[in-house]
Design a protein. Structure first.
Length: 330
């Protein structure tokens, strides 16, 4: 067995160990959070009820899990990267620090490079470096897809959430009690977001500020309309249940129209994806089948490299244009 195979096997083993430890620690932390939220939601009085020993255990596990990334967190927190991705991770509901996300990007780059260099292209450096660049963006793509999926789920549930809210208010519940009921009975991700709002209120944060925090995590125009209506009602008064009932009907019709438009534009979207990735995939395939033929383009800096750059730029412009055409605002 050669040294390259040993290095590859060792890298895979280390990556799997890091993945297993991260998943275990994250699940343990999530279990503690859910336990505290369940205790809070079971109470009729809205007072902060957080056990000190649970907080100490949670903080201890979090400190152990993040010991290796503490310096990265400190160095990245104040920069634009840290501020942007702290918000993105919150929107994706991923319990990762900035340092852990940076390490995940590094491991993704290393994994893509190792797979390309040792398995796919067998020692060919140039496409392996390109694969490492793809590995750098892979975690970002996953986070973006998770944010989009979570936002779509939240918006699809919003009309039913408002219906539950209206019925609770008409039954005599206060606004915090109605939100507590939503946090207990709604599906994810609505359940988690409203639980967070209730928990923040129990910790003394005003309702308007807690709503604004939720609006930062869930970047939804429909939710913005709801939050604005609730804030105005608390300032000037009025029948909140009637206001939310009108918004519920508006949101329901808007979601229906969005779905119809999404179906009608799906062909254009997938055509854009296919046209964008087809030249890149075909290039990698030709490189793997006939390296000598494709090496002329990769090694010729006078003609080959400009061709690659212009081709990638045109692919990006075409993909952006297609997505802009099929992205219809309502």
């Amino acid at each position: 067995m050669g040294p390259e195979i040993l290095i590859l096997v060792g890298s895979i083993v280390v990556a799997l160990l890091v993945l297993v430890v991260g998943v275990f620690a994250t699940r343990r932390s999530q279990a503690l959070v859910d336990q505290r939220l369940g205790t809070l939601a079971a109470q009729n009085t809205y007072e902060p009820i957080i056990a000190t020993d649970e907080l100490e255990d949670d903080e201890s596990s979090r400190r152990d899990r993040r010991q290796l990334t503490r310096r990265l967190d400190k160095s990245l927190e104040g920069g634009k990267f840290g501020k942007k991705w702290r918000l993105q991770l919150a929107r994706a509901d991923l319990r990762l620090t900035i340092g852990e996300f940076f390490v995940a990007q590094f491991l993704s780059m290393a994994g893509f490079f190792a797979a390309a260099f040792f398995i796919i292209f067998r020692g060919d450096l140039i496409p392996s470096i390109l694969a490492a660049g793809l590995g750098f963006f892979f975690p970002r793509i996953l986070v973006g897809r998770r944010i989009s999926k979570r936002l779509i789920m939240f918006e699809n549930q919003l009309a039913d959430t408002l219906g539950l809210w209206v019925n609770a208010l008409r039954s005599g519940y206060s606004v915090p009690q109605a939100m507590d009921a939503i946090g207990r009975d709604s599906p994810e991700p609505t359940k988690t977001e409203f639980k967070r709002v209730v928990q923040e209120m129990q910790l003394g944060i005003p309702l308007q500020e807690a709503f604004n925090h939720m609006l930062e995590r869930v970047e939804s125009e429909d939710l913005d309309l709801v939050v604005t209506a609730v804030n105005i009602q608390r300032e000037v008064g009025g029948n909140l249940s009637e206001i939310l009932d009108v918004i519920q009907n508006t949101v329901r019709e808007r979601i229906k129209l969005k779905g119809e438009i999404r179906v009608m534009t799906s062909q254009g979207r997938y055509t854009g994806y296919l046209i964008s990735f087809l030249p890149i995939g075909l290039g990698f395939l030709l490189r793997a089948m006939n390296p000598a033929y494709m090496n002329q383009m990769f090694e010729d800096r006078g003609c080959g490299w400009p061709m690659i750059g212009i081709g990638l730029a045109l692919i990006g412009i075409g993909s952006a244009a297609i997505q802009k055409i099929v992205d219809i605002d309502i």
